[in-house]
Design a protein around this ligand. Sequence first.
Ligand code: NAD
Length: 499
Amino acid sequence: MKELTHYINGQHIRGTSGRFSDVFNPATGEVQARCPLASPEEMAQAVAAAQAAQPKWAATNPQRRARVMMEFVRLLNRDMDKLAEALSAEHGKTFPDAKGDVQRGLEVVEYCIGAPQMLKGEFTDSAGPGIDMYSMRQPLGVTAGITPFNFPAMIPMWMFAPALACGNAFILKPSERDPSVPLMLAELMEEAGLPKGLLQVVNGDKVAVDAIIDDPVIQSIGFVGSTPIAEYIYGRGCSNGKRVQCFGGAKNHMIVMPDADMDQAADALIGAGYGAAGERCMAISVAVPVGDETADRLVEKLVPRIENLKVGPWTAGNDVDYGPVVTAEAKTRILGLVESGISQGAQLVVDGRGFKLQGYEDGFFVGPHLFDRVTPDMDIYRQEIFGPVLTTVRAGSYEEALKLAMDHEYGNGTAIFTRDGDAARDFANRINIGMVGINVPIPVPLAYHTFGGWKKSGFGDLNQHGPDAFKFYTRTKTVTSRWPSGIKDGGEFNFKAMD
Ligand code: NAD
């Protein structure tokens, strides 16, 4: 059995806690590796190495730090297929989707090459007589991030690229379900020229996370994962005086107006609802057609598309639309929610429960499901399913559809499909959700904008990547400086006329 390691101070270190978790091949159900779960002592070792390495890195000029990012981009492109294969093998997502996972992280690294520009402070000349005022952005010191299983390349890079570009050290505690790609990324950063101890990977579970939260040296925590854990880390991290940003779960609604291009809306829903087996925080999980006629037309378009979805292992390359879910536990949970939908009265229009794939009987595959006539009191509406299950809630009017999305506790992403610019504009203005798509189903902002949900999907003041990341990973110091005048008049050496 392959045993994974931690990556501490530039070295692969075997776990010493005696605790491990299984890493599965989700397509076959087999355990393919075991992941060490760190003890507080192992975390303390990483913190000490980070603390020793960080001051020199902070004193390295930002352009040199940016050059490391530049080289890292080259290496990511060089190793793209290798990274994507390792990612698919542990996560289960398709090979093209795994490349997308690396690519969306890489784009944030590219953005961080602009660190020298982003880190420039502000300057006021002559704020008073002989007084100048300037602010500088200084790194925090040792920072840490805790990441989810569903984007094992992208989300770590969203955190460590800006953290390092700003001059911090970064300790990553990735998901124990798919830790291989984060370990590979740490090696690649060192190959790109990052000194040892600045990017470390400490694998683990709650024990490692609690060690991060309670460590007095660690200055900031970035978290992405489910909402209960986000709330826990945000609360405890803030009360320990750290800077914390936590991004949680989602339930993303897509409003379909009667005037929408129904083929376009149906295609969008298929990709956004079932892509990556629905294991995306920006997946659309609720379709909200406005009016019964719209709903009937939409469902009619959806059903054949869903029935044609190809579900299979990543090794099938471009021949699969989505792969297995991450664990047997996730599969059981999803199918349990499907049962609850049926018993609570929703109409199961496409039933994926009997899905089987020859040769992969023990894999964690879940067939695609479509529910119609879902109501807001049902568990399948209230909870994040995180599987290939699309639900349809019929709204009587635009206002009802808007209110539905606004009343949901999550506020990560949403979309409206319409040909009416006025409706789209009104929706974008009034909705209390962080990321909005207009005829775009998964509105994930690009690297130079920021990413973040509202309500129970995001905790903290700043978003991920874009300009917010440079604020999150630095502290502002403002200097008021006065140089009294008169020194230059102090001495008199000229032979003056005695008049
Ligand atoms: P998770 O909350 O189970 O795990 C996330 C991280 O927290 C992992 O590193 C895990 O080891 C750690 N963790 C788990 N239990 C913990 C505990 N009790 N105490 C401390 N740490 C703990 O989430 P997941 O299943 O890996 O990822 C899926 C979730 O992440 C979904 O809810 C999804 O919506 C969310 N997500 C959100 C975003 C976003 O940007 N809002 C992006 C991706 C995923």
